[in-house]
Design a protein around this ligand. Structure first.
Ligand code: ADP
Ligand code: MG
Length: 153
């Protein structure tokens, strides 16, 4: 497939596998660009496919790691010896104290993919990828990726 540009990307998917594939393509894109500490802010309702997207992301960034679904923990760490990916689920985060108590601000040595970033708008870095997944049918989703806060490159 032609080189994809995830600075501004929108696609329809019709199965969980297709959403995972976009996540996997996105992961390869980030590694090719050397963005080993990218922040990926995930938005979308329960069941939209945020975890599915991150499962795909992990399959290319940290192959071999298994991504639990649904998640019961706030942070899971995936590491294949080459890359590290921290998978956060902010659903239960209510205050910045909660964030600090899980050590959120200390996770700087890997990629971060965080579900429910609606909960932590004040904690987002200056530059990040915003991934929104919207349900448009039982198995249909609109996946949007946009890079924020940086117009260079
Ligand atoms: N096109 C699609 N993309 C992603 N998930 C889909 C799609 N169609 C159906 N699904 C289903 O929707 C659910 C998404 O779950 P999950 O990834 O855990 O969502 P979230 O993390 O956003 O709550 C799964 O049961 C998956 O099989
Ligand atoms: Mg989820």
């Amino acid at each position: 497939m032609a080189e994809m540009d995830f600075k501004c990307f929108v696609s329809q998917t019709h199965s969980v596998g297709e959403t995972e594939k976009i996540g996997a393509d996105f992961g390869r894109y980030l590694l090719e660009k050397g963005e080993k500490t990218a922040f990926i802010a995930m938005y979308g309702d329960l069941g939209a496919g945020k975890t599915a997207f991150i499962r795909g992301l992990s399959s290319s960034v940290t192959p071999g790691a298994s991504v639990p679904s649904p998640t019961y923990t706030i942070v899971n760490e995936y590491d294949d010896g080459k890359n590290r990916l921290y998978h956060f689920d902010m659903y239960r985060i209510e205050t910045e104290d909660d964030l600090e108590s899980i050590g959120f601000y200390d996770y700087s040595d890997g990629m971060i993919a965080a579900e429910w970033c609606e909960k932590i708008p004040y904690a987002l870095p200056e530059t990040y990828y915003k991934v929104e997944i919207g349900k448009t049918g039982a198995n249909d989703r609109t996946v949007t990726v946009r890079k924020t806060g940086d117009d260079d490159k």
